[in-house]
Design a protein around this ligand. Sequence first.
Ligand SMILES: O=P(O)(O)OC[C@H]1O[C@](O)(CO)[C@@H](O)[C@@H]1O
Length: 545
Amino acid sequence: MALFNKSKSYQALQTHYSEVESLHMRDLFAQDPERFNKFSAKACDIELDYSKNRITEQTMVKLFDLAREAQVEAKRDGMFAGDRINTSEDRAVLHTALRNLSGEPVMVEGQDVMPEVKATLAKIKSFVNEIHDGTRKGYTGKAFTDVLAIGIGGSFLGPKVMTEALKPYRQAGIKVHFVANVDGAHIHDVLATLPAESTLVVMSSKSFGTQETLKNTETAREWFLQSGGKFDDIAKHFVCVSSNIAKATEFGIAEDNIFPMWDWVGGRYSLWSAIGLPIALSLGFDNFEELLSGAYEMDVHFKTAPLEENLPAILGLLGVWYINFFGAQSHVLLPYDHYLRAFPAYVQQLDMESNGKSATPSGEYLDYETGPVIWGGEGTNGQHAFHQLIHQGKVLIPADFMLPLHSQHEVSNHHAMLASNCFGQTQALMQGKTEDEVRAELLAKGVSEEAIAKEIPQRVFEGNKPSNTLLFSKLTPKTLGNLIALYEHKVFVQGIVWGINSFDQWGVELGKVLGNDVLAKLEDSSIALDGDSSTNALIEKFRNR
Ligand SMILES: O=P(O)(O)OC[C@H]1O[C@](O)(CO)[C@@H](O)[C@@H]1O
């Protein structure tokens, strides 16, 4: 198959781009009162308004052609069917099996994985229920009051962000705390607040080989032993989630306390597996199941809806439009929902670790851009911080706005104010403010012509800045499942279009290897410093601190 930028549909889009580049959305809206209806779609609980994009009907036709030429539909079906699409690691990619509520088998190498998936869910359910009803107790006979969840990357962000997003659904009587960073300040501060006799430690590491997680777990174990726990009590207080059962048992975790996961679940796609145990501990198993069912709903939509109505396809293709034709290098996520404030950080790993690639699986280097920088933060806070650059900076930053129609807490008219800011921002980004409007405003204030001439360039908003708006009724576990799966599949669509493997992450390996080499040098000053002069000097400074 031709590389993305050699394909017929890419060439067609390039010609089309030169025809539409100068169109202003302000005019497109004025010319077509049906624009919202033409460019909006709904799936599950999510309504997507993508009318404020620099597109015409022809743009979308051509983008769908691009997806078809890249065989997005066939490859999507391959992923759901267990094809080994993570070629560099020779693995299937089956996070969708973890929320497969269809009752249909999912085969990997001739074996149905669903019985194992269901057995693990049953194990999570009974474990969580026993913690919540106090059947499982700590070493002094007290019921558990706290959970210390240790993990990093996909073994941290999913559980952390979901439990934060679903705060109103948390179970009373149990608090979940997260530690990821190897910076001792993190675990120090968290441990200082925890009662050892009623704290359950959940260590999550797919590989059971991640330096930060292993160190934090060792530190937690020492703390436990120094706080009154005996060696034999460890089994009551420490459980782990891993696909590396051998390493976990070698580390001293009782086999019964290991929740399995599988190599066909990528770390950044793993919150649906036992990696989600802290979510179930925080919210209760039923809410965890609701999260899974929301993701399943989106899977069904992604699998069955024609591309023209397919939310992940639409979002993915619009991203490609801006990255590869308009030269956008970043994409901003703007949840207008306090509980979703960490959502950009979650999607940052999902997207950047998946699509931060520069070669095809068959070994060709790419001469076009792939994954963008993902960033963002909650509205309205960002409006008083970084939105300035999106409105008037020299770079084009497509935005996704997100808003629940109902707040978890209807306090006074806060929610209407929040919504008005969200919608008002998308409107301002789209329409901008013209020279004439600025002039009229300043003339009315009695400003001189000379001053107006200087002021105009500073006060004009070019507008024509693209945004999507995603509305949902309320941030429930199910809707959050919809939303996360939507972004997972968006990333998949883009990866297919760009012809990359979205499921490996070789780019993080070199840093790990060099980090270990440096650690040895920091801890043993007899090791010769044989690196570059900068790294040698930095090590020297640390040795001599
Ligand atoms: O669950 P593990 O194996 O500890 O890995 C944690 C994270 O580290 C990474 O492998 C990157 O270093 C991520 O992909 C993963 O989510």
